[in-house]
Unconditional design. Structure first.
Length: 241
């Protein structure tokens, strides 16, 4: 069954070099609303480096459009993969890549946590770790990636060992570049809560300001920490981690 799932996923990841994916065992890690769906497929789509490189002082209109399009493409991708898996009697539940600004401001405002963390599914799949500004840092693309998840009831075994600790070491480039000063430089590991090393409310306020000043819309987006991170941008550094 795992081979079937793997073949279905790979068939949809075109071009293959722009994607990463992995399987994860999420037993005991999900909310009750996902009861029975104890396994996940994590898929990451590479962001365009030429667009990301231009995010120097804040998000550009081009970055916003690209970010939005990648999210839409990933949502469509998971629908197609799930449709094919359902044909083989594999039950799935898709989790969209992101939530709307309204959902963020109303449903999730108290904690700024959604029902399922794509980053958690990805770390359990061994695809990367969490950086100091709460970015997912993939082994291949660094933080220049957008994630999406598919939950399944069918048991899956990770292709790689789950990642439990940060590999950022003493690097503080993103911490120093953050205009919101939302990170304190503490390293992530699976025993540490996000709020111990990163303040999402500070980030939210700055992202909202960038939405107004840089984009002229009601959006929450920055991207500076994505652009400055050397992982994925500098292959030498990536290979040394």
């Amino acid at each position: 069954m795992i081979q079937i799932i793997d073949e279905v996923v790979r068939r949809h990841l075109i071009p293959a070099e722009e994607y990463i994916y992995g399987f994860s065992d999420l037993t005991g890690l999900l909310q009750k609303k996902f009861m029975g769906y104890n396994f996940g497929i994590s898929i990451g789509r590479k962001l365009d480096s030429g667009i990301v490189d231009k995010v120097i002082y804040g998000p550009t209109p081009e970055y916003y459009s690209h970010y939005k399009q990648i999210n839409e493409d990933l949502a469509t991708l998971t629908q197609r993969i799930s449709a094919d898996l359902n044909k083989t009697y594999i039950e799935t539940q898709n989790i969209d890549p992101t939530v709307s600004t309204t959902e963020l401001e109303v449903t999730y405002l108290k904690t700024l946590r959604t029902d399922l963390s794509h980053k958690m599914v990805a770390t359990r799949a061994g695809l990367g770790w969490i950086g100091k500004t709460d970015l997912f840092i993939s082994r291949v693309f660094g933080p220049r990636v957008r994630l999406v998840s598919i939950l399944l009831k069918t048991p899956l075994q990770s292709k790689s060992k789950p990642v439990d600790i940060s590999r950022c070491g003493s690097c503080n480039i993103c911490v120093d570049a953050c205009p919101a000063k939302a990170a304190n430089g503490k390293l992530w590991d699976i025993t540490i809560d996000r709020n111990e090393f990163f303040d999402p409310w500070k980030c939210r306020v700055q992202c909202a300001e960038f939405g107004r000043s840089a984009l002229g819309i009601d959006a929450r987006l920055c991207g500076i920490c994505v652009a400055v991170c050397p992982v994925g941008r500098n292959k030498t550094i990536l290979q040394g981690l």
